[in-house]
Design a protein around this ligand. Structure first.
Ligand SMILES: Cc1cc2nc3c(=O)[nH]c(=O)nc-3n(C[C@H](O)[C@H](O)[C@H](O)COP(=O)(O)OP(=O)(O)OC[C@H]3O[C@@H](n4cnc5c(N)ncnc54)[C@H](O)[C@@H]3O)c2cc1C
Length: 408
């Protein structure tokens, strides 16, 4: 197979690269080298990190690059899936913050697939302009892998549905303006056939968000409670009781996310650079770690090729299914191996500097290799094989839908 860019894709790659050069985003977030030092100075100078991110998103929005592959009428740039991939690759190479999140990644594409013209008009431009952040209200305390067993109820009352129940692990709910929400509208139907899919306004009375702190000491996800929350019928996506099939599309988009594989490649490249540059004060790199790095580098290339398979299907207008599961499974498990290699590389020094804010001023932080990033990557990678469906569930999908093996 020929993986070289077509002349059009190569021209687009050049355009993205030139833009990143002009914006001085090449090397942003790098572990070492002049760009890293400049970046670190900016952060130490008390730069408003969220402000920098917001301004950057506005610049991308002006180019139509928040959701490049969306149709132009909905605020995208009407690019091909391959150009979207080129864009992701160049952004990852430059370590530039990429637009993404649930709105761009899978709520928006699901609305494009199933929404009415009114729903598309109402929601898509707000996602693209960055004015609406979305969260995903699927998992419940008793329903994660077996999502179709969810118990949150939606009862029709005039022109509204009334929602009662609870969601959990809802990433970013504390910042979100909207939620893609699954609720049971027919408790007597078989479990997959009584679910509906809503586009909930998070400001609706009766919605309570309670943050949960994870082991990396950040409140990345939440519990969300619904008490007699009224959702207008216009916010039902797709048909009543057919929400499971809409949700399946969302999950396919979620698992198709191709950013992860590219991010791993940059992480491996950063580790290699780190070793080449001497690995920091007092750290001796054991020879076996070099062999591990060689292994990780081959695996990162494999992850990239698995994403190419996903993209090839998308280019043909298909929604990847078990292929997306294979890419998600491989790259999430790889992210843990890469993080573990990083920690082995620096030994006990890796334990320094986990909490950037608390330790930034301490003596220990000075000796923290890569300013504590290795530890943060290690702790954050733990959840990658759970979020978006666990590795066991991905293997089940590959076995049954991909290999045609029986369910039991
Ligand atoms: C960082 C993070 C962010 C998340 N963000 C969101 C979000 O924004 N929105 C949202 O809705 N959810 C979110 N989740 C929830 C996530 O989708 C669920 O945690 C996941 O689907 C697993 O469900 P569970 O936690 O209930 O575990 P369970 O389903 O209870 O699974 C427990 C264990 O049993 C195994 N298991 C279960 N069923 C099977 C089976 N049939 N075959 C083999 N093994 C099985 C699982 O693999 C797992 O190891 C997030 C999770 C994490 C970790």
């Amino acid at each position: 197979m020929d993986f070289r860019d077509t002349p059009e894709d190569a021209a687009f790659r050049r355009e993205v690269r030139d833009f990143l050069d002009a914006e001085q985003f090449q090397g942003f977030g790098r572990a070492s080298g002049p760009a890293a030092a400049a970046n670190e100075d900016r952060l130490r100078g008390g730069v408003d990190r969220y402000g920098v991110y917001r301004d950057w998103m506005k610049k991308l929005a002006r180019k139509g690059w928040i959701a490049p592959a969306w149709p132009k009428e909905y605020g995208g740039a009407g690019m091909t899936v391959m150009q979207q991939f080129v864009f992701n690759e160049e952004m990852a190479r430059a370590r530039a913050p990429r637009p993404g999140g649930i709105g761009v990644g899978f709520a928006g594409p699901t609305i494009i697939t199933y929404g009415t013209e009114e729903q598309k008009k109402e929601h898509l431009s707000l996602i693209v302009s960055g004015d609406a952040v979305w969260c995903q209200g699927f998992s419940e305390p008793g329903s994660g892998s077996d999502l179709a067993s969810l118990q949150t109820r939606a009862v029709r009352d005039g022109d509204d549905y009334v929602i009662n129940g609870q969601k959990i692990w809802t990433s970013g709910a504390q910042f979100a303006q909207r939620m893609i929400l699954l609720a049971r509208t027919d408790p007597d139907a078989p479990k997959h056939k009584g679910i509906s899919y809503f586009l909930l306004d998070m400001k609706s009375p009766g919605v309570t968000v309670r943050p949960l702190v994870n082991m990396a000491n950040s409140a990345a996800f939440n519990e969300v409670f619904f008490e007699d929350v009224r959702v207008p019928k216009k916010d039902l996506l797709g048909e009543e009781n057919r929400g499971w099939y809409v949700a399946a599309t969302t999950l396919d988009f979620e698992r198709s996310s191709i950013g992860a594989a590219i991010a791993q490649q940059t992480q491996v490249e950063d580790l290699i650079l780190f070793v080449r540059e001497g690995a920091g004060d007092g750290v001796t790199v054991h020879p076996t770690v070099k062999l591990e790095l060689a292994e990780r580098s081959i695996e990162a290339e494999t992850a990239r090729l698995l994403s190419y398979r996903v993209i090839t299907l998308q280019t043909k207008g298909m929604v990847p299914n078990h292929e997306a599961s294979a890419a998600k499974l491989y790259s999430s498990e790889l992210s843990q191996r890469v993080a573990a290699t990083g920690m082995r590389l620096v030994g006990l020094y890796g334990l320094l500097g986990q909490d950037r804010k608390a330790e930034a001023e301490s003596a220990a932080y000075r000796y923290a290799p890569r300013r504590g990033r290795l530890m943060r990557a290690y702790v954050n990678a733990v959840s990658s094989t759970i979020a978006g469906g666990t590795s066991e569930i991905q293997r089940n999908i590959i076995a049954t839908r991909g290999l045609g093996l029986p369910r039991d």
